[in-house]
Design a binder for this molecule. Structure first.
Ligand code: ASP
Length: 302
């Protein structure tokens, strides 16, 4: 049994199948989600060792909308805070026989390690700075919904790329579809090794140059929780890497502005942009549910 650990090892065909299935689960315009019973009788455990609003809630809603039972455990309220090891916690939960475990952890590779030890499928909801596969899938669904094609699309990812699992999963996915990927941020948050993640990636510290003719601008939060020393002058960050309305004139007129959330208004994105017609931020949140429904169905019925 394998769950979903990352985008890196998925094929383009597998990704397309998830994205197509997610479209089937999207509610018709103006209507709510229907409650289905495709996963009736199944039980899912959401185990989050790191903070989450969107991902945890949408996995839970996705499970419920497919008729499954879902329980969420936050590490702060579990025996992890009493010193239990990750393996013991997971073994304990596994003994209760859930059908899958959805987990988020601050250590890169934690779900991969556990998947080797457990017979229950594990779905990665974000591991350290490594991957956040369902985020990249919902981002792709959102781009496609706005009528863009991934092939040849110029996608600029701006901000703290070094510490971003969202960036890594998106890079793997976009590269498989032939998008043109540009990474932009302060030099200290833009290590050269990122170029090795996929062929043809461009790195730049110049935001105006990066945005030129972009079809998608993905903004990232500065991951202060992963930085052990200040890697950039915080006070000047918005001046150099904050997305403002005047930047958008350099991009394509139909540019799609994205952000995985949580957004920090006035730090990496201005309110005018976040709330503008070009922003797809709330569409991303909404698509999180249908994409996670597709992922849960795939993992539990394969
Ligand atoms: N929510 C995303 C993540 O968990 C992005 C972020 O936290 O900035 O990686």
């Amino acid at each position: 049994m394998t769950g979903l650990l990352g985008i890196e090892n998925l094929t383009r065909v597998e990704i397309e199948a998830i994205l197509d299935r997610a479209r089937d689960f999207q509610p018709p315009e103006g209507e709510g989600f229907r409650r289905l019973d495709l996963l009736k009788g199944r039980t899912l455990v959401n185990l989050f060792f790191e903070a989450s609003t969107r991902t945890r809630t949408s996995f839970e809603l996705a499970a419920k909308r497919l008729g499954a039972d879902a329980i969420s455990i936050a590490a702060q309220s579990s025996s992890v805070s009493k010193g239990e090891s990750l393996v013991d916690t997971l073994n304990t939960l596994a003994a209760m026989r859930p059908d899958a475990i959805i987990m988020r952890h601050s250590a890169s590779g934690a779900p991969h390690f556990l998947q080797r030890h457990l017979a229950i499928p594990i779905i990665n909801a974000g591991d350290g700075t490594h991957e956040h596969p369902t985020q990249a899938l919902l981002d792709a669904r959102t781009i496609l919904d706005r009528g863009a094609k991934l092939e040849g699309l110029k996608v600029v990812i701006i901000g703290d790329i070094a510490h971003s699992r969202v960036a890594r999963s998106n890079i793997y996915l976009l590269a498989k579809f032939g998008a043109q990927i540009v990474l932009c941020g302060p030099a200290s948050l833009l290590p050269k090794e990122l170029q090795e993640l996929a062929p043809g990636i461009t790195l730049t510290t110049n935001m105006t140059e990066a945005i030129q003719d972009a079809g998608v601008i993905m903004m990232l939060r500065v991951q202060l929780e992963r930085q052990h020393e200040a890697n950039f002058p915080a006070a000047e960050y918005f001046q150099f890497y904050g997305l403002r309305l005047d930047h958008l004139k350099h991009a394509r007129p139909d540019v799609i502005v994205m952000h995985p959330g949580p957004i920090n208004r006035g730090r990496e994105i201005s309110s005018e942009v976040a709330d503008s017609q070009r922003s797809a931020i709330l569409n991303q949140v909404e698509n999180g549910i249908s994409v996670r429904m597709a992922v849960l169905e795939k993992v539990l019925t394969q």
